[in-house]
Design a protein around this ligand. Structure first.
Ligand code: APR
Length: 313
């Protein structure tokens, strides 16, 4: 069987980390693609990763390019093309620059990789995925946004840290848009099945919810640019679920239709999904408590506002 081919559109911080992780896990051969001005960087990172194989012993290939022809035959595109945030910026502030970029990438993806699926990471996430699907016209099972796994990982880490337990044992779920209005579900949060309220007070949990919502911004403030290790790891988890057809239950930004009573029809929003060989296999509908539903509504409204802005651009 041929190895999977992954086209990484954007060879910046997340793209480079993705290429290295994919090679180390021997998930497939990757193409690290960037604009012509950054072709040297894409080629250089690819070469550096291939040389790492001489130490760690993997034999998947990584090539750097600025030619879409090299992406032909990709099974999956992982898209990080665009600019990251600078301190003080919200994800929505990126729309002016990243919207034309995602439209161009979607047009080229449709032409050169008509059979591929896509995992989108560029921000503002839920709007970028919406635009990518709109431009390509691909079915919703093939177009997924990576955000919920990252937000959930941030939440898990903060819970584990405050409770003094291993992150491995924290189970939780963060829904909604990838913005300040994201919805961490306390009702779904356990430490290996034990309710989180056995470990942390309401005040502690409220503070963790707040820190999670601003989790990306906290890193941007520290580094002057956005995070890449955890975002890349989150996308890798999605690729593994798809390539191994493992039907993992992961929060992803997907296009909603009749789910959740049709309240979010046409919007991309983070909800629990079953991922398998076809990409999105199923959307899970959680029975939300009224307060959680209210928060999800608010989050959806915030996403819709940016979608409306994008639709006018
Ligand atoms: N096609 C391909 N690559 C592009 C294009 C394009 N049309 N336009 C820009 N790029 C490239 C840039 O040249 C850059 O190398 O996308 C890359 C982005 O890399 P970084 O600036 O390092 O940003 P990164 O940290 O990887 O984040 C990428 O993901 O999490 C989001 O908010 C983040 O939107 C940002 C994206």
């Amino acid at each position: 069987m041929a190895r999977k081919k992954i086209a990484l559109i954007g060879a910046g911080n997340i793209g480079g980390e993705l290429a290295a992780q994919i090679a180390r896990r021997e998930l497939g051969n990757s193409v690290l693609f960037d604009i012509p001005e950054k072709e040297g960087m894409a080629k250089g990172k690819a070469l550096d990763i291939m040389q790492e194989g001489g130490v760690t012993g993997f034999d998947c290939s990584v090539i750097g390019t600025s030619k879409w022809e090299d992406c032909k035959g990709a099974n999956v595109l992982v898209i990080t093309a665009g600019v990251p945030r600078k301190p003080g910026q919200s994800r929505d502030d990126l729309i002016g620059i990243n919207l034309p970029i995602i439209r161009n990438v979607a047009k080229m993806a449709k032409e050169y990789c008509p059979e591929a699926g896509a995992v989108i990471i560029s921000n503002p996430l839920d709007v970028m995925v919406y635009e990518f699907k709109k431009t390509t016209g691909w079915t919703r099972d093939r177009v997924l946004g990576m955000a919920g796994i990252l937000d959930t990982a941030r939440f898990s880490y903060f819970v584990a840290d405050a409770a003094g337990v291993s992150t491995k044992d924290v189970r939780t779920m963060v829904l909604g848009g990838h913005g300040d209005q994201m919805v961490p579900l306390i009702s779904c949060t356990t430490v290996n099945g034990i309710g989180v309220d056995q470990f942390l007070s309401k005040e502690q949990l409220d503070a963790i919810v707040k820190r999670t919502s601003g989790g990306g911004g906290e890193i941007v403030k520290l580094m002057g640019t956005s995070a890449w290790f955890a975002p890349a790891a989150a996308a890798i988890q999605m690729l593994e679920a798809i390539f191994h057809d493992s039907r993992r239950v992961l929060p992803c930004s997907v296009e909603l239709d009749k789910e959740y009573g049709g309240a979010y029809k046409g919007l991309f929003l983070g909800v629990p999904c079953v991922l398998g060989k076809n990409g999105l296999e199923k959307i899970l509908e959680l029975p939300l408590a009224p307060a959680e539903k209210e928060l999800l509504d608010k989050s959806a409204k915030a996403v819709k506002e940016v979608v409306d802005v994008a639709n006018k651009m």
